[in-house]
Design a protein around this ligand. Structure first.
Ligand code: EPU
Length: 424
């Protein structure tokens, strides 16, 4: 992993060209790692992104009883060793560093019958409750006590249940899904989230020996199996659609032409349609996709929605692209009302954006203008880096630790595509 350094310096860059490899998805690998709590032995994950959140999840798992280590010779391969000695306690100092720590709840409860978990923190863009996780597990027979900042869950054995979510929560779907694997009987999750990362988790569990139907749909049916019936496997992490979109956005604002190897068009369908409406030429290839931006982008309107809609995580990139597009675009946020903090930073670069509640109205300007800015969170941070490539002069981005949480060598990959960018 790159040493944590203070800032990224991005300068106005000509058209990006060349090829970039899309690493595995943060929002899949962290869940796969947590799921190794459910099976003894050595699990092998390939195409693992080298990001800070993987290191933090490794620390959390080490405290509970699974050791994660990079493979000595195979690049981007993580070995997770579970010797069967599990302490189902997730302490505050580790949990508060990473939202995905909530994903140990389902695996630990279903395996050990008891969990003590510090209430999770996460990103600084609004309240992120876990009521749906707890209600779902309660329906399966778990009981909870919340005190002193910890939630303690108990269930000698979980039982299959019919659970309908009000909203297709990613994290709640994952926790109920993993918990249901060892539950007695059948669990049906209706209005389940169906992000590609959820399908990746389902496929991983099935390869391990779980019995899951409806993968990729909004109804997941999980037939419980015995606690000792999972076995470790080797599994390739699904490519990261958000990192892929970041390189597309960088090509778009520099009017470049790049190839994304290992990108999956079918996981980004709705976004790619809207990118085409903005004037991008996108050609699927057997090993990914080619993207070129022959002319100035055109403005579009769009709204974030759960998958297969346009993910909230793409939004800072879209707003950045609209900042330099021809015309006015309105972006509506339907998931995290508070997730517009980076707008002020883009305004510092000369972007013309106004926000009103869930909406951002973006009037494209012909050129942004470099300035010092701060990354408020991971996705916004990456968008500011992209904006820096389109801004005259120099943009200095601080708060780089946010970007390091989920981007595997963003600066190196952009530099290899010809961007004028460095860490210092
Ligand atoms: N929600 C509830 N109650 C719950 C669960 C969720 O009200 O019990 C609400 C949340 O407050 C939020 C919305 O539902 O407003 C979405 O939450 P969801 O559970 O779907 O999201 P998550 O599992 O907390 C994951 C990703 C996020 C991504 C969202 C939405 C991980 C670790 N995080 O979060 O990714 O934005 O799904 O797609 O997988 C990121 O990678 O930068 C990131 C924030």
């Amino acid at each position: 992993m790159e040493a944590v350094s203070e800032q990224i310096v991005a300068r106005h860059s000509g058209p990006l060209t060349g090829e970039v490899w899309v690493p595995g998805a943060k929002n899949s690998v962290l869940k796969l790692m947590a799921t190794t709590l459910m099976t003894d032995g050595v699990t092998t994950l390939t195409n693992v992104p080298d990001i800070a959140d993987v290191a933090i999840m490794s620390d959390l798992l080490a405290a509970i009883g699974v050791n994660a280590a990079w493979h000595p010779t195979r690049k981007r391969v993580l070995l997770l060793t579970n010797r069967g000695v599990i302490t189902p306690v997730a302490p505050y100092e580790l949990v508060e560093r990473i939202r995905a720590s909530i994903n140990v709840l389902g695996p630990l409860l279903t395996r050990c019958g008891h969990v003590k978990l510090s209430l999770p923190g996460g990103d600084d863009f609004g309240s992120r409750p876990i009521n749906m996780h707890l209600e779902g597990l309660e329906a399966m027979g778990a009981t909870f006590e919340v005190r002193h900042g910890y939630v303690e869950a108990y269930a000698d054995r979980l039982f299959g249940a019919d659970i309908t979510f009000d909203f297709p929560s990613v994290g709640a779907t994952e926790n109920i899904l993993t918990a249901a694997v060892f539950a007695k009987g059948t669990t049906v999750i209706d209005n389940a989230a169906r992000e590609p990362e959820i399908s990746d988790l389902c496929n991983f569990l099935v390869a391990m020996g779980a019995d899951i139907e409806g993968i990729g749909s909004s109804q997941l049916v999980i037939h419980g199996v015995e606690r000792d019936s999972l076995r470790p496997v080797e599994h390739e992490v699904v490519p990261d659609r958000i990192q892929a979109a970041t390189y597309i956005a960088a090509a778009a604002v520099t009017r470049g032409s790049i190839v994304l190897r290992n990108a999956r068009c079918q996981h980004m369908e709705m976004l790619l349609k809207r990118f085409a409406d903005m004037g991008l030429q996108i050609t699927p290839r057997h090993d990914g996709m080619a993207v070129s931006a022959p002319e100035r982008l055109r403005a579009i309107d769009c709204a974030t929605l759960p998958y297969p809609g346009i993910a909230t995580d793409y939004k800072p990139l879209i707003v950045t692209m609209l900042s330099v597009a021809e015309g006015v675009g309105i972006v509506t946020e339907n998931l995290y009302p508070g997730r517009f903090r980076y707008v002020e930073e883009l305004q510092r670069l000369g972007a013309e954006i106004s926000t009103d509640g869930h909406h951002a109205v973006v009037r494209g300007v012909s050129r942004l203008c470099g300035a010092p800015v701060t990354a408020p969170d991971i996705r916004a941070g990456a968008a500011l880096v992209v904006a820096g490539l389109a801004a005259e002069g120099e943009t200095v981005i601080t708060g780089v630790h946010h970007i390091d949480r989920g981007y595997d060598d963003l600066v190196g990959r952009l530099a290899r595509l010809g961007a004028d960018i460095e860490r210092s």
